[in-house]
Design a protein around this ligand. Structure first.
Ligand code: URP
Ligand code: ZN
Ligand code: ZN
Length: 466
């Protein structure tokens, strides 16, 4: 039995055309005009709708222990929420404790995700310590287990962060395997010193979170990571890039032929630093690292996307309840758990504030939300586009629908929404994961455990500039 999406407009990173799409056995089997609907087949009318690839969010933190608490969405609630917003694959992070075996942490994360995720998921392996003999020997087993990208933190010194010596060695080991290194680029020592200075001056409100992590600490660390990657002849992927300082470093590196990819997140495109000065500790909702930037930086990021300096949009979804979790830092900004919800909102924020406001074409929207994430991280062409032979991870998208973001309407397991009261547009009317319906007209039809673990292989694009 097949499902035929009829009379839609297929939009990919490169093409736009009217067509029907036939789905059978979890795959797209035919695309064409007026496809026959056989006996026993189902059809879905897509007139006036776009048929786009399911989104791929390559930066999420579900069920993640962090800063003395745990992110509030698990792999069921988080993927369910993501799919409501048109995302049908994620790459989350395995985060070993310092000194813990990477493979042991991987087994832990598989236990967190298996049987829960409603769509397919993969992992990056975070390297939070580097002992040459032990950790290096685990790299090839990580790759054999499908984790072909390694995440490093230059911030969070004393917890997840590593130093330059360790970062250099991670890059060198990754290079031996052709694997990708991704980096959270902030100068962790400078940040820790600024935090101590501000707290010493009794500056405890959320705005001091941002002032302890100014754009310069991100720009400096970005350039340092780029330089170390260059010494190793190693491509680099910079996660959640937020500011002009870091973007300019990426521009310089690419201009001299280095393979550097950059990701940003919707929240860095639509907010400015003034969110931290909202009354009643409300600014804590935006406490994340790096922080939301002063006016001017978001425009630079939009330009960076349009110029192709930024290839991907991810969410860094890491939700904490305001009540009971964020509140812990009422008297000390450094105790506010870093992170915010957004996994459901990525495609619609980028559509409304990008496509509808004329900053992005529909093709660029698909490219940064679906296609480039798949290409860079070894999921393409199985995921990330609409073509014959690919997984039927497909969204029927109503581009004319308008709405207001509200926590009350959101699927996140969280008591606030970053975009509360703001306008949005676009509706994911039908969401398919390998041909199976997850959402239809606002109704969830999926189940926990429908998703499979995606063992990734080394991506061709990892070694080549886009
Ligand atoms: O504040 C953030 N971004 N929390 C999640 C961990 C990280 O740095 O990505
Ligand atoms: Zn980070
Ligand atoms: Zn993150």
């Amino acid at each position: 039995m097949a499902l035929i999406l009829r009379n839609g407009e297929v939009i990919t990173a490169s093409d736009r055309y009217k067509a029907d799409v036939r789905i059978e056995g979890g795959k797209i089997t035919q695309i064409g005009l007026s496809l026959p609907v056989g006996e026993g087949d189902e059809s879905y009318d897509c007139a006036g709708r776009w048929i786009v690839p399911g989104g791929i969010d390559v930066h999420t933190h579900l069920d993640m222990p962090f800063m003395g608490t745990t992110s509030s969405d698990d792999f069921y609630t988080g993927t369910r929420a993501a799919s409501a917003g048109g995302t049908t694959s994620i790459i989350d992070f395995v985060i070993p404790r310092r000194g813990q075996s990477l493979l042991e942490a991987y087994d832990d994360w598989r236990r967190r995700a298996d049987g829960k995720a409603v769509f397919d998921y993969a992992f990056h392996m975070a390297v939070t310590w580097f002992d040459t003999a032990e950790v290096r020997s685990e790299f090839s087993r990580c790759i054999d287990s499908g984790m072909t990208s390694f995440k490093t933190f230059m911030a969070y010194k004393g917890a997840l962060g590593i130093d330059d010596d360790e970062l250099f060695k991670v890059m060198s080991a990754a290079k031996d395997h052709g694997a990708m290194v991704t980096v959270h680029a902030e100068n962790g020592d400078a940040v820790n010193n600024l935090i101590a200075r501000h707290l010493g001056q009794k500056k405890t409100d959320p705005i001091w979170h941002a002032r302890s992590r100014p754009p310069e600490v991100e720009g400096e660390a970005t350039w340092r990571a780029i330089t170390l990657a260059r010494f190793n002849g190693q491509p680099l992927y910079v996660v959640h890039l937020t500011c002009r300082d870091a973007l300019e470093r990426v521009r310089e590196a690419r201009a001299r032929g280095q393979v550097v990819y950059a990701e940003t997140c919707p929240q860095y495109l639509v907010f400015d630093e003034s969110v931290y000065e909202r009354p009643d500790f409300d600014g804590a909702k935006w406490v994340m690292s790096p922080p939301i930037r002063p006016k001017g930086h978001p425009d630079a990021l939009w330009d960076g996307i349009a110029e192709g300096l930024i290839q991907t949009i991810a969410t860094d979804h890491c939700p904490f309840f305001f009540k009971g979790q964020k509140e812990v830092g009422r008297d000390n900004f450094s105790k506010i758990p870093n992170g915010a919800p957004g996994i459901q909102d990525r495609m619609s924020v980028m559509y409304h504030y990008g496509v509808r406001s004329g900053k992005l074409t529909p093709h660029q929207w698909v490219d940064v939300c679906c296609t480039q994430p798949a290409r860079i991280f070894g999921l393409f062409p199985q995921k990330g586009t609409v073509a014959v032979g690919t997984d039927a991870d497909v969204v029927v998208f109503d581009p004319g629908h308008e709405f207001i973001f509200r926590a009350a309407d959101s699927q996140h397991r969280c008591d606030y929404n970053l975009y509360e009261g703001m306008s949005g547009s676009g509706r994911c009317e039908l969401v398919l994961s390998r041909g199976r319906v997850l959402w239809e007209k606002g109704e969830f039809k999926g189940n926990s455990g429908m998703g499979d673990y995606l063992a990734r292989s080394i991506a061709k694009d990892q070694q080549a500039a886009v």
